[in-house]
Design a protein around this ligand. Structure first.
Ligand code: CP
Length: 304
């Protein structure tokens, strides 16, 4: 049994296998409906979530398993000062697998080092969010029919957006993927992402502040929310929060087969008017997130 803390821990073959299982779950859901019978998932969320926690829980129920849940730090003994290590040791007695979200970078790693069951990182601070990346990859694959030969635009808060860092790391493995990094100067992709992934693998990328200028080039546009919870002062957040608002007008030079993704929650980054545009994929992304978490649970529990 294996934990998943960082998308980089998965080989490309393992990602491709998770995608293959996901396709089979979509086509034959009944085949999977009892595969986790008798198994329990503990969701330990010390930071707010709608999609990740509930999709993990829905995934386990759809596999015939059960769920134990901590939905906030305040409702657990973390509020009394219990360490992540002690929590992980404790939950290992109750469940077969843990999905953990924590505001501190590295907390799920610490949990995985102390648990006797697999720990899946469901988002740690501004660091990583590997299961969102699996959802994103599944969405891109299902929408475009490929993960190679494309130009991916990432727009918004590329500094604190953990989903951005994980998605770059994952997409960088595929042939002829170019990145267009669109952000305010203050919210550029961290230099370690550029140095350790893009430059190291000699991957073509450009940085810009202008979304509309690069729109015609994009096959995928990944919009992100400015991460209010990671800012140290509200003034900066207020100044930057509406840097990019995608409207139908801004899409007029976009490719007809552009895929628009957003990990959600959306605040103001995509006008509601775009929701009915066939290029909007962000609610399909929610569905694929549940399917990929089903696929991951099956592999982590060695059911498949
Ligand atoms: N995309 C995502 O992580 O959403 P939640 O914060 O609602 O889990």
């Amino acid at each position: 049994m294996r934990s998943l803390i960082d998308i980089q821990e998965l080989s490309t073959a393992e990602i491709d296998e998770l995608l293959k299982i996901a396709q089979d779950i979509i086509n034959n859901p009944a085949k999977y409906s009892e595969m986790c019978k008798g198994k329990k998932l503990a969701t330990l969320f010390f930071e707010p979530s709608t999609r990740t926690r509930l999709s993990f829980e829905a995934a386990m129920y759809e596999l015939g398993g059960n769920v134990l849940s901590v939905s906030s730090a305040e409702s657990s003994s973390a509020a009394k000062g219990e360490s992540v290590a002690d929590t992980a040791k404790t939950i290992s007695n109750y469940a077969d697998i843990i999905a953990m979200r924590h505001p501190k970078e590295g907390a799920p790693l610490v949990a995985s080092m102390n648990a006797t069951i697999p720990v899946i990182n469901a988002g740690d601070g501004g660091h990583n969010h590997p299961t969102q990346t699996l959802a994103d990859l599944c969405t891109i694959y299902c929408e475009k029919g490929r993960l190679d030969n494309m130009t991916v635009g990432l727009c918004g808060d590329l500094k604190f957006g953990r989903t951005v860092h994980s998605l770059i790391a994952a997409m960088a493995r595929y042939e002829n993927v170019k990145f267009v990094l669109i952000s305010p100067v203050e919210l550029k992709v961290p230099s370690y992402v550029k140095k350790d992934i893009l430059k190291q693998k000699n991957i073509e990328y450009v940085q810009t502040t202008e979304l509309e200028e690069v729109m015609p080039e994009l096959d995928v546009l990944y919009m992100t929310r400015v991460q209010k919870e990671r800012f140290f002062n509200e003034e900066d957040y207020l100044r930057l929060k509406d840097s990019y608002i995608l409207t139908p007008e801004k899409l007029k030079n976009a490719k007809p087969d552009l895929s628009i993704l957003h990990p959600l929650p959306r605040v103001n980054e995509i006008a509601v008017a775009i929701d009915d545009d066939p290029r909007a994929c962000y609610f399909k992304q929610v569905y694929y997130g549940k399917i990929m978490r089903m696929s991951l649970i099956l592999k982590a529990l060695e059911v498949l």
